[in-house]
Design a protein around this ligand. Structure first.
Ligand code: DC
Length: 229
């Protein structure tokens, strides 16, 4: 039986993972799974249930989060080629990209019991299809046997500038310093947590996109994919 192709893209926020993965998926006929959207969906649901992520997660809040699973039906659907997240039947895709949800996602993702559940869903998802997944622990943990592993990064300044431009484009009022500070804080949390921290897998190829345009980054990833898959 032919083995499915699996591509793992990891790296810090704003490195261009999802835009590049989407473009590669379209070109190569792969299914794209944005795993960060799963942590974001849980964080959004937790906020709705009274969890405040502006400081650390208290024991009481951790209990609330662990109690959410009973009533947390997470569904992923592709509409016009775009990944939509549904929680209990409601499309919440439009609500999960705010700075509050970003920080909440980083914080829930540090809970080992949360990771176990979402990683299981991610592995199930990748079982029967040619897939490209992006996240923080795809090459090191979720898809350890991936056909191609890429660690995508860029300087913090370049990543913050991309995020800032994206938010401006969406019509949000933001200042660069806040975007930069939140991005660095989130990187630190994602890289220093005990459970599957963000790190480059030994067999991953490092790609620094600081001085690359989006088109150049997509071309570089496609080249790596075509060499191996
Ligand atoms: O990729 P993103 O910015 O949408 O991810 C949101 C948060 O979710 C990120 O700060 C860390 C966490 N995350 C994770 O721990 N593991 C993944 N595979 C994907 C995301």
């Amino acid at each position: 039986m032919k083995k499915n192709i699996s591509i793992a893209i990891d790296g810090p926020g704003g490195a261009g993972k999802s835009t590049i993965a989407k473009a590669v998926a379209a070109k190569k006929g792969l299914i794209y799974l944005d795993t960060g959207a799963m942590y974001r969906s849980l964080a959004f649901h937790a906020i709705r249930n009274g969890v405040d992520f502006s400081d650390g997660i208290s024991d009481e809040e951790r209990e609330i989060i662990n109690g959410l699973w009973e009533n947390f039906d997470l569904d992923i659907k592709y509409i016009d080629g775009l990944q939509h997240m549904f929680v209990n039947g409601e499309d919440i895709t439009g609500f999960i990209r705010t700075p509050e949800v970003s920080m909440g996602a980083s914080k829930v993702s540090a809970l080992p019991e949360v990771r176990v559940r979402l990683v299981e869903m991610q592995r199930d998802f990748g079982k029967s299809a040619d897939i490209i997944m992006d996240g923080r622990d795809i090459g090191t943990h979720v898809l350890k046997d991936a056909t191609v592993k890429i660690f995508l990064t860029a300087s913090a300044e370049a990543r913050a500038k991309r995020r800032y431009d994206e938010l401006l484009e969406k019509g949000q009022t933001v200042d660069f310093d806040t975007v930069y500070r939140e991005l660095v804080e989130r990187d630190k949390g994602d890289m220093t947590r005990a459970a599957s921290p963000l790190t480059q897998a030994e067999d991953a190829i490092l790609l620094d996109t600081t001085d690359m345009t989006l088109e150049e980054s997509v071309a570089a990833v496609l080249k790596l994919v075509e060499e191996k898959a």
